[in-house]
Structures are given as C-alpha cells and as structure tokens.
Write a new protein. Sequence first.
Length: 446
Amino acid sequence: MTPDTRLLLFALLAVVALVLLIARFKLHPFIALVSVSLVMGVIAGMAPAAAVKAFQDGVGTTLGFIAVVVGLGTMLGKMMAESGAATRIATTLIDLFGERRVHWAIMVVAFIVGIPVFFQVGFVLLVPLVFTIARRTGLSLVKIGIPLVAGLSVVHGMLPPHPAAMLAVGAYNADVGRTILFGLLVGLPTAALAGPIFATWISPRITLPADNPLATQLGGESTQGTPGFGISLLTVLIPVILMLLASAADMTLDPTNPARSGLHLVGNPIVALLLALLFSFWSLRRPRRFTREEVMKFCNDCLAPTATILLVIGAGGGFNQVLVQSGVGGAIAKLAIGSHVSLLILAWSVAALIRVATGSATVAMTTAAGIVAPIAIATPGTSAELLVLATGAGSLVLSHVNDAGFWLIKEFFNMTVPQTLKTWTVAETIIGVAGLGFTLLLSLAL
C-alpha cells in the first residue's frame, strides 16, 4: 500500500468514526471531533505536538471569522425578531408569493443576498426569516431552510466576487463579467433543483424536534407596532449593500483612491454586520419603544444558544486543518491528475475530492484551480469561465462532518447527524452534480 493510499484510507476511517461516535454512541460532536482529529493526525504520521498545533490553528482560523459573524448576526436576528421586522418581511413574502410558493421566494432572496456576502453571513442574516415563516405557515423548517442554504451555497461556490471564485477567475485567466453571466445561467437551475424541488420531496421524510431554542430566540411573532417593510428590508440588506459597494470599488476605483480603502473597510463582513446591528438599534427600536436595557437584554439572551454551535464549528475547522496538514489534500490531487479526462471533469473531480477530504469549499476551489490551471494553459480549447464554474461545483459536493457548514446547519435547525446528512449533505451533492451537468450543457451550447 502506497503512502498516499494509506492517507486516504485513514481519512475515510476518521470520517466513519466521527459518524459512528456521534450518531450511534451519542458522543457530543465537540468531543468526538477533538478526539478523532488528534488520533487521525498521529496515525497519519504527524508528531503528536504537530497534530495538536494543527487542530488548534484550525479552530482559531475558523472561529476568528465565524465567531464574530455568528455573534453579530445573531444579535441582528434577535433585534429583527423582537421588533417584528422579521415577521413584517415574512408576511410580505407570503402575501406576494403565497404560502405554497414561499420556499421559492426564500431561494430567490438567498441567491440575491448571497452574491456579495459570505455563506455564513447570509445564513445568519436570513435564518430568522426561515424561523418566522415556518411558524406563521406551519410549513416544515426543512422545506423552507433547504432552499435558503441551497441559494447561498450556489453563489458562494460559483459566482464572483466570492474570494475562491475570484481566485479561480485569476488562475484560469477568465473574464469576470462572463463568469457571472454563465454562473447565473448555471446557478439558478442548480439552486432550484437542490433547494425548493429537493426540499419539497425530503421535508415529509424528516421530523424535527418541536423545541428549537434558536427558533424561539430568532423567530419572533410580534404583530403590533412593527417596523415598515421598507425599513425592515433595508436593515437586513445593509451588510449586502456595503459588501457590494466594496466589490464595485475593486472594479471601478484606482487602488490609490482613498474612497476605495474606505469602502473596503465598511464592506468587510464584520464591519458591515456591526454597522447593520448599530443601525437596527435605531431603526427597529423606535417603533416598539424599546429601552436601552431591553436592547441589551436581547443581545445577551440570544448569545447563549450559539455557544455549542461555535464550539462544534471550531472543532470542525480543527479537523479540516489536521486533514490538510497530514497530506490528505495532496494525495487526492495526485490521484485526480493521474486520470485522463476532459478539463471540465478534471477540475470538478479534483475540487470534489479535496472538498470531501478537507471539508472546505474554499480550500477545495483554490487548490483545484492551482492544480488544473497549468494543465488548462498547456491544453487550450476549454472556456476559462466554464472551468471556474466546474471547479466551484466540485468544491460544494458532499459536505459532511469535516465541514464547519455542516455543523452550522445541524445546530441552527436542531437536526441529528443522520438528518443533516439526508438533507444538507444531499442538497450539496445535488448542487455539485447538477452544477457540473449544467456547465457541460452550456459548454455544448457555446
């Protein structure tokens, strides 16, 4: 057995062990992730101290961004819930699309909001709407939640200005405008399949617990003195608008222009969320006449349910880093390059294998683009823009227990590991496969 084969076998056994420990033996996900990560690092040949350091670095890197985003986003969600802003937006969507089609409305909203923002930011911004709509309509949280995450995931992996997609655009020397155009043509039907269509089929087969602490915190049902639809929508879209302005500044302003630096600052996801939260203290507090003490209590109360979520997400990031530093990603890259297939399928395969092994869509897309780009230069004839889409589709496939997003969805929707595998993991796999399929169809048309 070659060293690379041994590494791949160890990675597979680690994933199986995680699923068994959590689903079968009911071990807390945080403890299971810490234990399996350290054992995986040691048996893969890392020094024990190096395995611990890799896990620690992974936790720090993951939480350095997500912890602040989840904290600020949850406070903003709590303000929207308590003020009735989430109810106002949900009611308007229900009236506009009707209860039978509201899951399509959520997918469209997620697709639009997700274009300029990170997946985690878009999720914490919009999940209060999911909780509120589910409560008001009586629809399954799965039927409304899966279209949300499908729309966000597609644009996260396939469309600029997301960092991994932009890096792939640069690596393949693709045109940004055409990539966005092709991404919309491929992404919308992909999101529809993985979102509303799949959710309608799977939701009757998934029974969630009646009690969901985060749904209680973020799915407020206020009906009197609620803010108007316009101010409610503006409050939740402020981070989107600021990040979109920052992206536009990159394409239109000179790097030495002070306005570009200023827009970059306010367009940073953390700063944008902070500004939106501060704005909500004015825009959403006035109609309900909340006192400062009440606003402070809202912010304190909503953070308690996020503690477990952050620990589990951080541990997932630690597991991811152990897999990367143990050499699993490199072993997968060698395996994919050894096959002789079309460039689109090769880009998808490399990204998909790295995604399954490491759990990070960003790592998968950036690594795969770096591997495939020299091959693409040596063998011209394939659209660079379609290579970006194929790589992005592969980077989204088969999210499982080594992906921080897996635990984010599981904890917010209060699902078990098997339920998360049947919903989120399958939806991500549909995105990956359908994204490749539609990209191949588009290549024939072009």
